[in-house]
Every structure is written in structure tokens, then in C-alpha cells.
Design a protein around this ligand. Sequence first.
Ligand SMILES: [Zn+2]
Length: 882
Amino acid sequence: MRVPFVAFLVLFLIKSLVAAVEKPFNFNETPGKLPKEVVPTEYAIRIVPNLDNFTFAGSETVKLNVRSPVHQLVLNGLELKIEAASVDGKELPLPAIKTYNEKELLTLALPSELPAGDHALTLRFTGKINQQGQGLFYMRYQEHGSGARKVMLGTQFEATDARRFFPCWDEPAFRARFQLTVVVPENWLAVSNMPIESEQKIAGGKEVRFAPTPPMSSYLNVFVAGELDFIESRVGPTQIRVIATKGKAELGRYALEASAEILKYYNDYFGVPYPLPKLDQIAIPGGFGGAMENWGGITYYESRLLFDPKSSSAETKQNIYGVLAHEMAHMWFGDLVTMAWWDNLWLNEGFASWMGSKCTAHFNPQWEVWLARDLPRDPTRRTGIAKEAAMEGDARSTTHAIQQRVATEAEANSAFDDITYKKGQSFLRMLESFLGEDVFRDGIRRYITAHKYSNTTTADLWSALSDASKKSVAEIAAGWTEEPGFPVVTVKREAGKVRLTQERFTVNFKSAPPLLWQIPLTYSVVGETPATLLMMDKMAVLENIPTDRALKLNLNGAGNYRVEYDDQSWELLIEALPKLGVEDRVNLMSDAWALVQAGRAPVSLYFGLVEKLPASTDLAEREQIINVLDFVNGLLVGSSELEKFQRYARSLLRPTFVTLGWQPKPDEPPNAGRLRASLIGALGHLNDPEIIASCRERFQKYLAHPTSLPPDLRAPVLAVVGRYADEKTWNKLHELGLKTTSIEDQQNYYNALAGASDAKLVKKTLAIALTDELPTSRAVFLVSRVARDSGHPDIAWEFAKANMKALLAKVDAAGANRYAPSLFTFFSDGSRADELKKYAEKNLAQASAPEVARVVDEIQFRAEFRDRLASQLPALIHSGAK
Ligand SMILES: [Zn+2]
């Protein structure tokens, strides 16, 4: 049954109030479905996969600590068939075993009361090997070098899929030791969390036993096996390896070096050294598009880990470092110390995002990490600065608090969103700069030491940070993690004083409940020493600000709030633009654009600012503009103003491109290559005839001499060629995509196909999603990519609707709730919102409701904003076009 939207919203508000009274971790009071009387302490699991029919046979013995007498055992299991069960060596009759697929539970009725104390449960079971990345899954791929078709195995358990691999107490607070034994073909390498303890030849392959893990949550188990290679090194007592399919391990060299650097940094930062004997970074050619922090055996989609100096772009390199730093932070935050329940997922993800960015910025200051574009987890999401992406969503009626109640598995999977990751990161950054770097680190060290090998709630983190800082962190944090949304601070100059007022900032959300925050505010008169103010009330006053000097709030854009200046302050800031650093300029632009979206300022506020910016080749600043132009361009498809707007937009971007030129210079900064690529893509998208002609010419040269196209230019040149492709060019791109064994090149080719704007070619591209040309996770998101890039979201949706069952079979648990609604994200016609609601009522599970609501809001916002642009843009683009 689906909950109507209004009711859903009300529920949501109640939920966020409930979350407000959080206590420190207490096992007995931790939410979850499983009774707390029985606690597993050690699992010994043996799995024998069958690669002919993609099933497996398993057995396990689980040591149990029974805390008070019980008459039945309740644990998790899903799509497993239990063939035998015994307790303390006594076989249970089969009717005593019941499986509840809906609840994902397994119950074993016991013949007599099981007294408190130690017991052992033994189970024999079978299960299936999936084609999508959940539970145990298989991947087909083409081997590098030989081109032979191969198959390998991997697992993905977070949030709640370990129960598809073996029956278990699959909630994060049930920590236990896991010892895995597997049977694999003799020429395979098998990898798990811990090193191999023993290996022996048996009939049909070899049996590999891994050492037992320390006590950990079930979702952190991992098993990967196939024809694999690795390279290795050491950091102190820790063996580190990069593992990839045969022929590709050497492409892990960059990741191996980065891992060593990051591991040393974290060993010091956390104050507790990495606790396992080895750390593997494992590249897998399918399953999912991201990475997963299994303790000691982190898995990555291949292009997130492997770097080919001959063909990979600077952007790929930066992304690899960022993802490594994020996942490795989880080895402490997430694995050594784990959130008690999924309502505190942000403790894992917000923290790892912040820590990963901090570490990446520390070693690579030239990358502008805090400003850099973030790769979204879900390729259908718009890109943008991480903080901005979170703030866009957090301004809407469909947002939620960072800490939110989670009752079901589907809700746990839905919790992996921008608010959890990016607002979490953004708030921690603001808090660190308020408490001070050293104090903050000392608090983290206390937290890790106090809770290692255990679980926590957010309250535990605040109490460690309060002890270290002697400030009431929980009170400051409450508004940011327990309430939805964030504030805008308005700045008003009055006779030598500056009056500040805070209110909730919203977009397309008329009657938002008012809220109040404790804002760690930073400000300075431009060129003077910065100052800090903890703004606790609705109003505050700054004294002694000279009336003729520019005042900038939210220094470096490090705070998670918007600022709205009065006219006088705004004019002074525009005059002072050349004196501001890039972070502050980007912050002004982002705030100006958000104010326009919110209907608090006319479109000319933003474009007026852009036109007055000093000439610059700063990546983040230009990408901020590119994102806005791209968004407006998308809204204007089909409008009579489109051509004029494109001419105006090109006039804003061209001067920077002319400065950079086509040819990379040997001594240019690393971000120049990224900016050149972004500009070529953007100008091509905006119909720039010179760029299009030049891309075509370079593509022809590339076909004859692949090295003629520098790695940074491959993606944008192919994208522009793809966008304006005729059938012959489309076929050529497709042929290249089929042939390559490089995942990065393959992505570039298929992305180019997805951008083709000719309706006939759009259909050809979509058909690929049903084949096995691409890994399942990529195939299914090809449709999303077409919806976003081709200009034909309508054709993409018709195709998806007709083939939904086949497409969903390729989506993992995290993506299933989002898939259908996400395809509507790129419509800006109000009637599509109704269409989605009707479709959802008939076809989607209730777990999709939050995503449906989010997309309905997005379509309605786009429709309203498009009308507003239509009335305001003409004056601007007619006067401004050069
Ligand atoms: Zn993470």
C-alpha cells in the first residue's frame, strides 16, 4: 500500500522530531527487527559456487551467546533454501524451519527452551549467484590482451544483502568474527577480508580458508574470486595490494602509491593504527559503479581504481585518489567503529566524505578539492560542487534531516543520498573550522579509542568532541543533523552597523515550517582579518563595519548557509571582486544563483555578477558557470529563445577557451586540462560551430592515430562528435566501444552514443541497454544517460516503461527504488509530474515514495522556473549578447 504524498510529508516531520532525542549507543535499545536475546559471536562459513548454473551450496556453524532463554532463533535470510539445521549437534525437523521472504527473516522453532549460555547453530543451505551487484554475483568481461570472454565472482552486502550469501544476524550492531572458506577453480585467486590461512587441492578445484576477522558487522564481509593478478607493497606491518583481472594489475600502480600515502596519514590522524594485517584494493569489471568499504578488501568499479598513464585523464586520476581516501577512511569510521543502526548512516558516509576530502586536499592542494566537481554516486544526478548539490536538495520540501528514522531494508538503502554524504561532509567541515583542526582531531581520536570494535550513535561523537573542545557540540549540531534544511543570512547595512537575520532558505517550498540554527558564522571586511560569530538567535548585529568597504560573509564558502546581501553591500562586493579568492567568488556565484532559483532575486543578479568577473582560468569558477548555463540550456529546449541564449552563453565561455587553446601546454597546472575539457564539452553542447568542426576533425585523426588525442580531451571530443553524429559516425563509435578492453575508454564511447541527438540513433543507443555489451550497472544507467544528454527524455522513458522488468533485473538494491522516478528528472513539463505519480501508484513499491516525491518536486520546479526565465531572459540576452 502506498502512502499519499501529504501524509508522507507529515510522517516525515514527526520522524525528524523523534530523532531529536538520541542517546549514546546501547545494544539493547538499538532499533532493528532481530530479537536481542541471542547474539552470534563467531561464524565459520563454507561456500561452494557452481559456475554452470550460477547457484551455490553453503554450510555454516555459528557460535551463539544466548543472553536469556529462548524458544526460537530468529535471524536474516533471503532467497536461500535451508536444507538442514541443528542446534548443539541435534538436528531440527524441517517443518521447524520457516522462511519469511517479505520480512527477510528465518525462524527456527526449538524443541525445548534453549538456556542462557554458549550454543552452536549449524545450517546447510543453497542460494543463487545474481547478475546484478547484490549478494554473491557474477561478472562477465573481456580479458585484457587476450580478449577472451571470462567470468568472475564478487559480493556486495551493504546495506542488507549479506543475508543472501549466508543466514546471519544481518544488522550492524550484531558484531561477530567471520571465518570464510570457499571452493574455487585452481587457477583462480580468491580474496576476502583477511589473508589466506590455508589452501588445499580438492576434487574440482581448491579449497581456500581465510583467517577469521575481528568482531565486525555482517555487511562488511567480502569475497571476490577469478583469474586475477596483483601488485603489492607494505606500510609498516600492513601488506597493501591492488588486485585486478589478469593483465591489468600494473594499471593499479597509481592507486597502490596513493594507498600507501593515505594509510600513513590515517594511521596518524586516527591515533589507532590500521588494525588488519592486509588491505586490498580490488578492481572489479561490473556489479556496481562505485566502491564498497569491506574491511580489508575494498571493492571498486574498475575505472574508479585503475589508471592508465597513456590514456586516462587528469580527472580520472583525481577521482581515484578521492575515492581511495573516502573508502580508506571507512576502515576506521564505519568498520572499526560502526554506526549502531542505519538512522546514523551519516556517521559512516558524511564522515568518510569529509575525511577523504580533507586527506585529498592535504596531499594535492593544487586540485581545489573543496571546490572540485564531485562524481555523483548515481549517474543520473546532476553534477556540481558537492556542497551545492546537497544544498539544492536540502532547500526543497522533499528533504530530510541527516539523522532520520529507518525501519525497513528499503529505507536503509534509500538513506544513501546527497544529504547523508554531502550535507554530512559539509557540516563536519564547518564544525571542524569552528572548533579548530587540532581540537577536532583530538576529539576524533578519543572517539575511535573509546569505541573501537564497537558501535555508536551520533551522540557518542558529539560527546567526544565536546570533551575535547569544552563546547556543547551537541547543541550546535542539533539544528544541522536533526532538522531538515539550512538557513539564509540576510545582510542589511544601517548607519555604521550591519544587521544580520537568519531564516530558513527554501526553493519551491511555500509554507515551510520555520526553523532556527546555531550558525558558526565567519566574516571579514575584504582584505582585513577574518572573524567568527556563533549566531544563536534570529538576529545579530556587527558593529564597526566601514560603510564604504565590502563585507564578505561565509569565508571561502566553508559554511553550509546562504547569504543575501542588500543592494549597497552587493555593489561593494562586485567592486571588490578582483581582491577575492576563487573560493569566495564561487561562493558568491552559487549564492546568487540559489537566490534566483528561490525567486528572491532576478536572473540578472547572477548574470550581472558573471559578466563582471575578472578574466580567469579557475576550474571551479568556470564550472559553476558551465553548470548554470547547461541547466538553463536544458530548460530552453524547444523554446524560440534557445538560439539567442546559446549565443549569449558562448560569449561568456569563449574568452577562457581562447586563453587556454586546444593544445595542452607542458607546464600548465593540472586543472587546466580539466577546464579545457569542460569548456569543449560545454561549448559543443551550446552548438559552437568551430568547436563542433574541430572535434570532428580531431576524431578522424584519432581513428588513424589514437595517440593524437590527449587523454584529457578524449571524453569531451567523443561527446561532441557523438552528440551531432550521423548513423555512420554512431556505428564507428559503437564499434570502438565493443572492441576496447579499457573500462574508461569504453565509458567514453558509450557516453558519446548516449548523447546522440538524432531520434533514430537515440533508439539504437537505448537498445544496447538490453544486451550484455556493458556491465549490468552501466547498461541500465545508459538509459538515464540518454534521458539526460540526448535531449529526448521522452523517448528514453517510453523505452524504459516498455522494458522495465528487464532493466530492473540489472539494478541492485540501492538503485531499485530510484530507477524509474530518476528517468523523469529531466522533464520540465508539469504534466509529466502527474504521469509519474500515476505510474508510481500502479507500478512502484512504497519504498519508492521519497524518490517519486523528490522528482515530482523537481519537475514542478523546472516548469515554474522555465516560465520565469522566459519572462526575464530576453532582456538580458538581447542586451548582453556580443
Ligand atoms: Zn562511503
